[in-house]
Ligand binder design. Structure first.
Ligand code: HEC
Length: 133
């Protein structure tokens, strides 16, 4: 019985306002908050998505270099030319459903673009922006 109550309690706590929130995205947003992230700023996530920075290999890159600026459409890896399915959960229901996958790619992609890992706040802003697409 206690277990049921605690499940009810905590899933209610994680209910988020993002249109396409998943249990994985809710759990990650909670962990970013625990790691010190403040309020989500989707507008900052949106602006950062297309903001170019000198990537790990010295060339100018942004998230949209591979994922595109229209998230409802497929993107393409800038080097391998492999198609990347749409990032918008409204166009691709598989998006943001696996915590490990999200973290793995945040780590790799932030290093590619920024030459460092993203902070908990940056990930909060990106994820909140992406979930609303
Ligand atoms: C060099 C190409 C490239 C760049 C630049 C890039 N990504 Fe990615 N990203 C990928 C690939 C490839 C995948 C994995 C394939 C897939 O999920 O379709 C991926 C997956 C992701 C995922 C996982 C999505 C999910 O369904 O769980 C997130 C989150 C992500 N990227 C965020 C970002 C952010 C934020 C940036 C900018 C800081 C960025 N990416 C820049 C290539 C890139």
């Amino acid at each position: 019985m206690n277990k049921i109550i605690s499940i009810l309690c905590c899933s209610a706590l994680f209910v988020s306002t993002a249109a396409f929130a998943t249990p994985a995205s809710d759990a990650l947003l909670a962990s970013y908050k625990a790691a010190g992230a403040g309020k989500a700023d989707a507008a900052k996530g949106k602006a950062d998505w297309t903001k170019e920075a000198k990537g790990e290999e010295g060339q100018m890159m942004s998230c949209s270099t591979c994922h595109g600026a229209d998230l409802s459409k497929s993107g393409e890896h800038h080097k391998t030319h492999k198609v990347i399915k749409p990032m918008a959960p409204s166009a691709n229901a598989e998006r943001f459903t696996d915590e490990k996958k999200i973290e793995k790619w945040f780590k790799r992609n932030c290093k590619d673009v920024l030459g460092r890992e993203c902070s908990a706040q940056e990930k909060t802003d990106f994820l909140t922006f992406l979930l609303a697409q």
